[in-house]
Ligand binder design. Structure first.
Ligand SMILES: C[S@@+](CC[C@H](N)C(=O)[O-])C[C@H]1O[C@@H](n2cnc3c(N)ncnc32)[C@H](O)[C@@H]1O
Length: 414
């Protein structure tokens, strides 16, 4: 167990102090995942508690000690681990890295926290967003909305599944809740490949909000559709399922191999799979324009922090601006690839309006040949904006476990 704690501390240290997302993420055990999630979802409140026990700020050279204390505090207060095991592990880890003096210090702090556990828990005020991320949110949302987002984001999100057909049948079969005709929602957090229907290719994992984008196209049967940033293929699968002939393009070979694997499990075939830069492809496009295009653009991913709370510690305003620039360039080149009367769906899993609402408004000013087709969403009307876009927030779809923050716009080319 102490090895797992050490790995988690080093992993968290990279996120919190080096602002890097470690590659090792996918190899985490269930314990490591839970500990990582618990720390990432509680950093500001844990820091507030720690501040009561630290007389001085920890010097930059020893910031790993901060991560050790933060992780130890999270485990003492918010997980079920026995206190003696927590103390022993984090003290030993400090000793290994910094020697006796600092391990004595970590021992003293964690011991005090363990002794005062009940009082600390009574006054515990969970805070999810660090200051930087709060600033990002405050650009676009009022205080009350941010509070509502924060409240629901602390919970472990449900598993959402897109089904090929008959969501009522699959809801019953998997003891899930039906969200709508495409999606069901499960509390299950175990191995998905052991669930009925996975190996048979009857469904795939996709957030409720992500699945809304393709559902906004009108009839896709026999339509030629370009999925411009397609991997790992959740939306390609939805479009093939709706009867479209899909050309799936992505610049990442690795991610396209996942798309191929996913389509093969689902017994779906794309018309064409292209590994290319979307900008290069669009600049050089000289084929027959498509009936419809989906641009699920690369984005800051600031809308998926329920499942990836590490993102609130990593993403910056610069990430948003950089991605917004790339999205603008992609949109700028899209028109020749879409036939007249064709539908363009633009979506991003970003909560920042510069990548969503503002991006599309800017595009429409420069491209009068496109107009907005107002969207509908009977199941969650509060996700509709006055302009006719969909903007989901984590407290939407509350009855079925919430959803990620997605922006979706449907534009028609005149
Ligand atoms: C939001 S993900 C797409 C998710 C996908 N549509 C789905 O539903 O599974 C964005 C994708 O854009 C791809 N991408 C990023 N920059 C790109 C570029 N310049 N050209 C093509 N694809 C790009 C990434 O490799 C990534 O797979």
């Amino acid at each position: 167990m102490s090895d797992l704690r050490e790995r988690t501390v080093l992993f968290l240290h990279q996120i919190l102090h080096q602002h890097l997302l470690p590659e090792a993420e996918i190899k985490q055990s269930a314990f490591e995942k839970m500990l990582t999630l618990t720390v990432c979802r509680n950093v500001p409140s844990l820091d507030k508690i720690l501040a009561k026990f630290l007389k001085h700020t920890i010097p930059d050279k020893q910031l790993l000690v901060h991560t050790i204390l933060l992780t130890g505090t999270a485990e003492l207060l918010l997980m079920d681990s026995p206190d003696y095991a927590v103390l022993n592990s984090y003290v030993a880890l400090t000793k290994k890295n910094f020697g006796k003096i600092l391990s004595g210090f970590v021992n003293a702090v964690l011991r005090q926290i363990s002794l005062q556990k009940d009082i600390l828990l009574q006054g515990y005020q969970p805070k999810f967003f660090p200051e930087n991320f709060e600033k990002i949110l405050a650009k676009d949302y009022d205080e009350q909305t941010i509070k509502k987002i924060e409240q629901v984001s602390r919970n472990q999100p449900a598993l959402n599944i897109s089904v090929k057909k008959d969501s009522s049948f699959w809801a019953e079969k998997l003891k899930a809740q039906r969200v709508n005709q495409n999606t069901i929602s499960l509390k299950n957090s175990g191995n998905i490949d052991t669930l009925i229907g996975y190996n048979e290719g009857e469904w795939w994992v996709q957030d409720t909000a992500a699945a809304l984008a393709v559902a906004q196209f009108s009839n896709l049967k026999n339509k030629r559709v370009l999925d411009l940033c397609a991997a790992p293929g959740g939306k390609t699968a939805q479009m093939i399922n709706a009867g479209a002939e899909v050309t799936s393009l992505d610049c990442s070979d690795l991610r396209l191999s996942v798309l191929r694997k996913n389509l093969s499990r689902l017994r779906f075939t794309a018309k064409q799979i292209i590994c290319a830069d979307a900008l290069f492809y669009l600049e050089n496009f000289d084929g027959i324009p498509f009936d419809a295009i989906l641009l699920d653009a690369p984005c800051s991913a600031t809308g998926i922090f329920r499942r990836h709370p590490e993102l609130v510690h990593l993403k910056t305003q610069q990430d948003i601006s950089r991605q917004a620039e790339l999205q603008e360039k992609m949109l700028e080149k899209i028109s020749p690839a879409l036939k007249s009367g064709g539908e363009l769906i633009y979506c991003v899993c970003s909560i920042a309006k510069d990548e969503g609402e503002n991006q599309i408004k800017k595009f429409l000013k420069k491209h009068p040949e496109f107009h907005i087709c107002p969207l509908k969403n009977k199941e969650e009307p509060q996700s509709l904006t006055k302009e006719g876009f969909i903007r989901t927030l984590p407290f939407h779809y509350a009855a079925t476990g919430g959803c990620d923050s997605f922006f979706i716009a449907k534009l028609i080319k005149d």
